[in-house]
Design a protein around this ligand. Structure first.
Ligand code: SAM
Length: 315
């Protein structure tokens, strides 16, 4: 039972896993089992998402996917729409020498998405600090057929950016722990903003999370060959979103800038909040999702890219 009325407005999203099947084959399989494409996700009708390739939206109230045979074969991955944005925005390379990091990987939805975009080529280093969640990650990687992933049960902050192993890493996805305040359709996240939590307590909690999130971005920025970092949260709080991005840009002293809107889901309407980002960049380069309004959970995506060299000494 879902306590939040906004949850009813979110379809059951399913990503077709290109590592195991093609979109055409997945659609044929669904059709053979009585599903059909329609204009709305209702009953046995599903919709192809306009923003995320390979994403299908089903009727959440009437579609139980966790026992679906295609899901059990790893051909379908249950992943909310907004949670597909970070890997798309990171746009990882897909060649034999590609080196990419997923810094906070479990349960592995975005890791398997990255592996699919990389067509299982190159190496995707995936870190997960928590032992139990790491096991879930391993199960998910195996089920999805993500064979280019080197998963490690390790704290990303303890990974040495100057270790030769990571010398060629060009892209990092950073989706760290957050308050989860944007998630309205999962009971394990409904603890955020609990009525009994005082404003003061909440602010303190958000402050701690923001300091951790900033340290993760600062660490990612230290990898010498990295040119692109996507930072995302499933929070609706500016304290974990625009304000963290602002602090990260200021701390980088001009070495990093925000990737322009045309590389960051340009057709998605809801963008960042300029007042919260301030004068360090254009909030139109950021993506936000609002639960109940955007047919997905609350979410935030930002993309940092290394500032072009000025011809003078490196900043
Ligand atoms: N990206 C995942 C996905 O799409 O399936 C969800 C990631 S979840 C929001 C954040 C994860 O980061 C948690 O599993 C948490 O245990 C892990 N984590 C937090 N701090 C970490 C750190 N310093 N190093 C590695 N993993 C960390």
């Amino acid at each position: 039972q879902l306590a939040d009325p906004r949850a009813a407005k979110i379809p059951r999203y399913v990503r077709v896993n290109a590592l195991k099947t093609s979109l055409d084959d997945a659609l044929a399989d669904l059709n053979a089992r009585g599903f059909s494409q329609g204009d709305t996700a209702e009953g046995k009708k599903f919709v192809q998402d306009p923003h995320v390739p390979n994403l299908l939206a089903f009727d959440a109230a009437r579609t139980e996917m966790s026992s679906d045979p295609a899901y059990l074969r790893g051909e379908l991955i249950l992943q909310d729409k907004a949670s597909c944005f970070p890997a798309l925005v990171l746009n990882p390379p897909a060649h034999a020498d590609a080196n990419v990091i997923d810094a906070t990987a479990a349960p592995g939805n975005k890791t398997t998405h990255l592996a699919a975009l990389m067509q299982n080529r190159g190496t995707l280093f995936a870190f997960e600090r928590d032992k139990r969640r790491f096991k879930t990650l391993e199960t998910m990687l195996a089920r999805a057929g993500a064979s280019n992933v080197r998963a490690q049960n390790a704290d990303f902050l303890s990974v040495d950016p100057h270790d030769a192993t990571y010398a060629r890493v060009s892209h990092i996805l950073l989706d760290p722990s957050c308050s989860g305040s944007g998630i309205v359709n999962r009971l394990d996240y409904l603890l955020d903003d609990a009525a009994e939590e005082q404003e003061e307590e909440r602010d303190e909690r958000l402050e701690k999370l923001a300091a951790f999130q900033q340290s993760m971005i600062a660490h990612a920025m230290k990898f010498p060959s990295v040119s692109r970092i996507v930072y995302s949260t499933c929070s609706v709080h500016a304290a974990e979103n625009e304000r963290v991005v602002r602090a990260a840009l200021l701390a980088s002293s001009g070495a990093w800038v925000l990737a322009p809107r045309d590389q960051v889901l340009p057709t998605w309407e809801r963008r960042g909040v300029q007042d919260e980002l301030g004068d360090v960049g254009d909030a139109a380069n950021l993506v936000r999702c609002m639960p109940g309004e955007d047919a997905t959970n609350g979410f935030f995506v930002s993309c940092f890219e290394r500032a072009p060299a000025t011809g003078q000494s490196a900043i």
